[in-house]
Design a protein around this ligand. Structure first.
Ligand SMILES: Nc1ncnc2c1ncn2[C@@H]1O[C@H](COP(=O)(O)OP(=O)(O)OP(=O)(O)O)[C@@H](O)[C@H]1O
Ligand SMILES: [Mg+2]
Length: 393
């Protein structure tokens, strides 16, 4: 409730910390502070949004997986609709994250732990109806972000993937019925569902298509596939993201860590026959790792070719992988940040897929590798449901 206690708390738990005004939805005005100065700025913003209420500050976990559980409780029995894993690490709002049902990277023990926690939380809170719990998973430890006492954005996908209409059951439970009198809790089928977010950056003049803890998407679309990569490509196509199967990819990366992490992604793209274009610092790293790149001149170096902006404008780039630095270093690297913004913005304006997250970049490249020779098979939801032992629809 005071500036000094906020700063003391942040010092105690260590930066980064997540600042949120109380009682907001969709992460509105939530920010991740990397330094005390940023924390002060964000506290001002948070108090503007919600003046009379305290601000909540939490330790922001880096490199954590984010997972959700959608379910229904009747007070005695908890039906776990599904466990949903975010493709991106925690820090991208669940409305903006790419999601997959069932989880693809978590060990069974972690999933069991989350299922157990979800049951315990729903019963302890005496929930009668639908709920959604968001978790962080780091080094095998499962922590709760929040429990929403409502149906979630993901519940329609969970329902369709499971062949069980969770909303109908939740309504019946609210009216007093017991889950065991409505459905049998049978295991899901062996297909995979991916949700991909949709954005309206094109309609928002000048908006930076970068993702964070505050939700900025305006829609989403989910597709079912035979496996994760099949479902991912279908969902991205359905979200109007035209993932290229060949051509030129522009890679620009901020910070040493991400520059290292992007190397295997770039190498894979080269092996798949893509040509890599890069800005100077990223190009240095790639060349040291033995990856052939075409170096692009800065936007401001208008007379020097090949120029970053001209390449985008002429249609020479089919996909952009831009992994920006956390906002803390903005001032120090103002020129670079400006170029990065222009790359992202032009990608939006020219309808070039622009991937700004390393986990998603890895998944997309793997999907291109596995799927490019396979013809996408379209099946109706009914056909998938026929594979299930029981449906409630
Ligand atoms: N402690 C944390 N460490 C890392 N990331 C976090 C942490 N807490 C929240 N996040 C990230 O911030 C996002 C938004 O947080 P949260 O879900 O609490 O906000 P919300 O406004 O309640 O969202 P919703 O609209 O889903 O109810 C999460 O999806 C997650 O990616
Ligand atoms: Mg949330």
């Amino acid at each position: 409730t005071s500036y000094s206690s906020a700063l003391a708390f942040a010092n105690q738990v260590g930066y980064p910390v997540l600042v949120r005004p109380s009682y907001v939805l969709s992460g509105a005005a939530m920010r991740v502070a990397q330094t005390p100065d940023q924390l002060s700025d964000f506290l001002q913003l948070a108090t503007k949004v919600s003046q009379d209420n305290p601000v909540v500050i939490t330790k922001f976990l880096t490199e954590a997986r984010e997972v959700e559980c959608d379910g229904i409780s009747d007070g005695n029995y908890v039906l776990i609709g599904g466990i949903i894993e975010h493709v991106e690490n925690a820090g991208i709002h669940s409305g903006d994250a790419t999601m997959v049902i069932p989880p693809q990277t978590l060990p069974p023990a972690t999933i069991e732990k989350m299922t157990d926690y979800s049951r315990q939380i729903a019963l302890a809170l005496n929930i009668r109806g639908p709920f959604n719990i968001q978790y962080l998973v780091k080094d095998g430890t499962v922590s709760v972000i929040e429990c929403n006492l409502r149906s979630s954005r993901s519940m329609p996908y969970v329902s369709k993937t499971r062949g069980i209409n969770l909303m109908t059951i939740a309504s019946e439970v609210i009216l007093g019925r017991q889950i065991k009198d409505i459905v049998k809790d049978l295991p899901p089928g062996n297909f995979v569902c991916v949700k991909s977010p949709m954005f309206s950056f094109m309609r928002l003049s000048g908006a930076d298509p970068i993702l964070g803890v505050e939700m900025v998407s305006t829609g989403e679309v989910a597709c079912i596939g035979e496996d994760f990569y099949d479902a991912l490509l279908k969902a991205m196509i359905a979200a109007e993201i035209r993932i290229p199967l060949k051509g030129n990819v522009l890679i620009t990366v901020g910070g040493e860590d991400l520059k290292e992490q992007v190397i295997p992604v770039a190498r894979e793209l080269v092996e798949l026959g893509f040509r890599i274009f890069a800005t100077s610092h990223t190009a240095d790293h790639m060349e040291v790792a033995g990856i052939k790149v075409i170096r692009l001149h800065k936007v401001s170096e208008t007379k020097l070719e090949p120029n970053l902006l001209n390449c985008i404008l002429k249609g020479a780039i089919q996909m952009v992988i831009n992994l920006p630095l956390p906002s803390v270093v903005v001032e120090e690297f103002d020129n670079i940040m400006q170029d990065e913004y222009i790359i992202r913005r032009k990608a939006v304006e020219f309808n070039i897929p622009c991937i700004t997250n390393i986990q998603l970049a890895r998944a997309v490249v793997e999907a291109i590798k596995r799927q490019r020779d396979a013809k996408i098979k379209v099946k109706s939801l009914n056909e998938y449901h026929k594979q299930l032992k029981m449906t409630y629809w």
